[in-house]
Design a protein around this ligand. Structure first.
Ligand code: UTP
Length: 475
């Protein structure tokens, strides 16, 4: 059977023979590219996927027994809890110092809302120095390695679409002072864009319209790329997971780590108290005894708005996508070389070539992209835990250019956090009557990754005051 016949047979069975429409016009390279893309598709599963997620909208009914998830509060409620936190924090420090924790950044997204040409991690986020997100994380890890006495390995998940640009960025910047072997890139899977008629789209005559398969793709990609094996070799037991667009993410959090370990948790999560019933954060819930996250768009209004007798929101716990994941959990989930997390449908404008071979840029959504989400692994864990975090210290997402969750709000939060560290260390920081910062300040993570570092810095340098209207980069 020729290559063409082989592909044609498989595609016809899946109702996707249109993908070979331009085959006669393609050269060897083009045919090779298209064939390779088609071969990695799970063609057998495709018809069911299309019927369930594209031709009709999947049901998003929430389970009837949905309850708010319990969580450990940021501040212990009693002496027993205070003792647990003390022991946990010490345990967490040991875990980092013995090299049992690795950091993992998911950076495979397309960052469409930011509208930036290049991988999101290369975006110059730092308010004064203009450091990129990747540099900011790298320097945080360098300082953490120094502080805890053990270099931390950093796993970075990219997609096929941004892997090369990401690696080149690191190489061109000397890995930001990290050892190159300390940084491990791995690539997530892709999913084809599916037109509303159930047909896969071609982005070019010799190429499918593909996009990354969602941050849920992390788990299988860890297995397939060999990253899990490397973790086992290096004695990494816990993965500190966070998103590339949050420079405040607590990459190294001893209390969280210690609790994760002491409670034997397989997957843990930081929660933030939501600012209101409809804040766009996933909601931590429990159903059938299992922890799960219900997306903000799926939580019915009456539940979102329901309140406790003291007036607080019942479903108060929102997710900033900060997790600890045990390596053994990922090994268990992906043991057979596959993992079925639920798919989530997103309607998108996907450019394609039409039947006549003309490129089309649609004005309105024309296709479905399917993604899996990391938090859908939570109900698969035997044991989980949720710890309350401090929003101002941990969560500054950079999704948009301006407005909510934007470059602007992220920079303001970074400066505010650094100003608080300075104030705590006794430095006078200019603020107006409403408390708004009247200077631009930024700590290099190499100088300070926490309040204790900042206090050391102030002691060392004798810094007393920040001048109103000034711009200070503290390194
Ligand atoms: P978002 O859901 O914010 O998506 O990803 P995005 O692609 O970055 O941005 P938009 O929606 O196109 O504007 C949250 C985090 O998950 C990662 C992103 O890189 C980001 O760190 N992610 C998302 C992946 O690593 N892979 C994916 O397939 C999707």
């Amino acid at each position: 059977m020729t290559l063409y016949e082989e592909l044609k047979t498989a595609l016809t069975a899946a109702g996707q023979e249109q993908l070979l429409r331009f085959w006669p016009e393609l050269d060897e390279n083009g045919r090779g590219r298209l064939a390779a893309q088609i071969r990695v598709l799970d063609l057998r599963a495709l018809p069911e996927l299309i019927a369930g997620y594209v031709l009709r909208r999947p049901e998003t009914a929430v389970p009837p027994d949905l309850h708010p998830a319990p969580y450990f509060p940021a501040t212990p409620r009693n002496t027993e809890e205070a003792e647990l936190y003390r022991v946990a924090e010490a345990r967490g420090r040991e875990l980092i110092a013995s090299g049992r924790m690795a950091a993992l950044t998911v950076a495979g997204g397309q960052g469409t809302r930011l509208g930036f040409d290049g991988p999101k991690g290369t975006f110059p986020i730092a308010p004064v120095s203009g450091k990129s997100l990747f540099r900011y994380f790298a320097e945080t890890l360098r300082r953490a390695g120094e502080k805890y006495g053990h270099a931390i390995t950093w796993y970075i998940m990219t997609s096929e679409l941004n892997r090369q640009a990401t690696e080149t960025f690191f190489r061109e910047h000397g890995f930001f002072g990290l050892e190159p072997e300390q940084v491990v890139f791995f690539t997530q899977g892709t999913m084809p864009a599916i037109g509303y008629d159930g047909k896969l789209l071609l982005a070019a005559k010799d190429s499918l319209a593909l996009s990354p398969d969602g941050h849920g793709g992390t788990l299988l990609a860890l297995r397939k790329s060999g990253a899990l094996d490397r973790m086992a070799c290096e004695g990494t037991d816990v993965i500190s997971y966070f998103q590339v667009d949050n420079p405040l993410a607590p990459m190294v959090h001893p209390l969280f780590l210690g609790l994760h370990e002491l409670q034997n948790s397989e997957m843990s999560a930081i929660m933030l108290p939501k600012t209101g019933p409809f804040e766009k954060l996933g909601n931590f819930c429990v159903s059938g005894g299992k922890l799960e996250i219900i997306e903000y768009s799926d939580l019915p209004d009456d539940l979102a708005q329901s309140r406790n007798p003291d007036g607080t929101l019942r479903f108060i716990a929102g997710s900033p996508a900060i997790h600890l994941i045990s390596r053994s959990f990922v090994e268990r989930l992906t043991a057979g070389g596959s993992l079925r997390l639920p798919w989530h449908r997103a309607d998108k404008k996907v450019p394609y070539v039409d039947d006549a071979g003309n490129p089309v840029t649609p004005e309105a959504p024309n296709a479905v992209k399917l993604e899996s989400f990391i938090f859908d692994a939570l109900p698969l864990a035997e044991r989980t835990l949720v710890l309350e975090g401090d929003r101002a210290a941990m969560f500054a997402p950079t999704k948009n250019r301006t407005g909510v969750d934007s470059v602007e709000s992220c920079r303001a939060m970074l400066m505010e956090r650094d100003a608080r560290w300075l104030e705590k260390a006794g430095v006078r920081v200019p603020r107006d009557g409403a408390g708004v910062l009247q200077a631009r300040v930024e700590f290099s993570p190499l100088a300070a990754i926490d309040a204790a570092d900042a206090a050391d810095y102030v002691r060392r340098t004798g810094l007393r005051e920040i001048d109103p209207g000034s711009e200070r980069y503290l390194e």
